[in-house]
Design a protein around this ligand. Structure first.
Ligand code: Q0Z
Length: 332
């Protein structure tokens, strides 16, 4: 799962300082009316320039998905054509599938708000006060959850039955929040009590219940398409400008949702607990990088080599297949 950056503080005006430039991939587009504020691993953040003040807006952000791809904790030197568009369109589709569960951040995904240079892969969103917890829901056990389980037979303080294996279906879905680590560092598991201490008991309960509801809805929809949703990371923001009936800020679904970068999708047909599952989207990349053909040693700390054209093309097809199977729509 892609770990996002520390969010910029929404209460302070964004400083248009020199953001860290991605050292790999296509150059950053200059977008008229926007200032670039942050480079994530595979995405870019811009702020609209307020026409009355000439300053970065405090009310909105432009989230731009690039074609960059990560594997084994590296950003690869090769891009996957259309990955940014596929993931953006998938995220938008999921926001719609979830709107009876939670409102979302989207203002516009179309012209004129979204500049032509990033058409299809950018969304103008409400700038929210981001909740400082990575909300992870797990339906199946793998990855860091499996590692923690091996050490303690629990994940983030949730006790699990003995005998679970890599890929096992959990008895019921679990909420396994993590801290938001600074970029380049790994997020740390939090217990539910730590989430309560950080955000208060009422918001903690809402984050947990919303995360599980999103995971369950995601699995209901994916199941009908032969796909399992093992786990997902969601981010929430608070919209103080939209108080609820009790006067609390509205909890809003932020960032990206249920994309292959924030979630693990597995082909249901080859699911088999007891071994690492095939990745829906990145399996060709992983297989090639760890094969003798790549000449790359995963443990060397060296950046991985550029991908062969056929691996790029096969991976592009997998992203499009994921979009088309999940949504039942044709990728334009
Ligand atoms: C998201 C990220 C990146 C894309 C901050 N609605 C929001 N309000 C305030 N902050 C955010 C959002 Cl989505 C926010 N991120 C992660 C980083 C490109 C998204 F470089 N950071």
């Amino acid at each position: 799962m892609t770990q996002p950056i520390q969010p910029t503080q929404p209460t302070q005006p964004t400083q248009p300082t020199q953001p860290s430039r991605p050292e790999r991939g296509a150059p950053l587009p200059e977008l008229k009316g926007y200032v670039h504020v942050y480079s994530g691993k595979v995405r870019e953040l811009y702020a609209p320039i307020d026409s009355s003040t000439g300053q970065a807006s405090k009310d909105a952000l432009l989230l731009v998905a690039t074609d960059r791809i990560s594997a084994y904790d590296h950003i690869l030197g090769s891009e996957i054509p259309d990955k940014g568009k596929v993931l953006t369109q998938l995220s938008l589709w999921w926001f719609d599938q979830l709107v009876d569960i939670i409102p979302n951040q989207v203002i516009s995904a179309d012209a004129p708000e979204v500049p032509e240079a990033v058409a299809g892969r950018a969304v103008l969103v409400r700038r929210l006060e981001m909740v400082p917890v990575e909300c992870i829901g797990r339906a199946y056990l793998t990855g860091s959850g499996l590692t923690e389980y091996g050490q303690s037979s629990s994940v983030c303080g949730v006790q699990l039955p003995a005998g679970l294996q890599d890929g096992s279906l959990l008895p019921s879905p679990i909420f396994t929040p993590t801290t938001k680590a600074p970029i380049g560092r790994h997020d740390e598991p939090m217990t539910y009590a730590e989430v309560e201490a950080k955000v208060g008991a009422p918001l903690a309960a809402s984050l947990r219940d919303l995360t599980i509801a999103i995971l369950l809805r995601g699995n209901e929809i994916a199941a009908g398409r032969g796909i399992l949703l093992a786990d997902t990371k969601v981010e929430f923001g608070l919209d103080a400008a939209r108080p609820d009936a009790q006067g609390n800020p509205t909890i809003v679904l932020a960032d990206e949702v249920l994309t292959p970068d924030s979630s693990r999708f597995w082909p249901a047909a080859s699911w088999q607990p007891g071994r690492a599952q095939d990745s829906f989207d990145k399996q060709f990349v992983r297989d090639w990088l760890t094969s003798p053909a790549s000449g790359w040693d995963r443990s060397s700390g060296e950046p991985p080599p550029a991908l062969p054209g056929e691996i790029i093309e096969a991976t592009r097809s997998k992203y499009i297949e994921a979009f088309e199977s999940l949504t039942g729509r044709t990728f334009a």
